[in-house]
Ligand binder design. Structure first.
Ligand code: AR6
Length: 179
């Protein structure tokens, strides 16, 4: 049985096999979770990101996709970088599909690496502007609906602050009731 857990905290503190990064398509760092991961993990992560850019993603990693690097000094084995969509009410359905894809693709890459434990932030719910409750619903329904999740021991959502934690907890109760 895969445990789905919610914790309030900093994703760079998590002792897990895979930490998922809410990156941007450049893969060269940014603010939010991305900044925190590169700061704490150190230069190995950026070195691997640069190599991935040079070998496969000259035009950038497309939104909804995921790639893995080493985790440097983080207490994790790998970082899986995924690019969430910027929120826009205009083409909601397409972008919501891309946000779901971030979770599915990250889990697929994690499983390919042989990971048993994966920590996710609330992808797109910060700088990319996705309303938190909706981001939580997409995250939780996608992960519980994923086939890949069966091979993992734990999928942990790491929420930064009491508000994000409370929102995920409330949405998680609703999602469980509907199952
Ligand atoms: N641990 C866990 N969650 C965090 C942390 C942390 N250390 N720091 C922030 N959050 P964001 P996005 C929360 O902005 O919206 C970057 O510049 C935050 O409160 O990190 O996908 C990238 O390079 C929010 O709930 O990611 C991209 O350009 C959630 O993590 C862009 O931001 C996601 O916020 C990506 O924006």
């Amino acid at each position: 049985m895969t445990q789905i857990t919610l914790v309030q905290g900093d994703i760079t503190d998590q002792q897990v096999d895979v930490v998922v990064n809410a990156a941007n398509s450049s893969l060269l760092g940014g603010g939010g979770v991305d900044g925190a991961i590169h700061r704490r993990g150190g230069p190995e992560i950026l070195e691997d990101c640069r190599k991935l850019r040079a070998s496969h993603y000259g035009k950038g990693l497309p939104t909804g996709r995921a790639v893995a690097t080493r985790a440097g000094r983080l207490p994790a084995r790998w970082v899986v970088h995924t690019v969430g969509p910027v929120y826009s009410a205009g083409d909601y359905a397409e972008r919501a599909g891309l946000l779901a894809s971030c979770y599915r693709e990250s889990l697929r890459v994690a499983a390919e690496l042989g990971a048993r434990t994966v920590a996710f932030p609330a992808i797109s719910a910060g700088i990319f502007g996705w309303p938190l409750e909706d981001a939580a619903r997409i995250a939780l329904t996608t992960v519980t609906g994923s086939q890949v999740v069966a091979g993992l021991d734990e999928v942990r959502f790491v929420l930064f602050g009491a508000e994000a934690y409370g929102t995920f907890e409330q949405v998680w109760r609703e999602v469980q009731r509907q199952q």
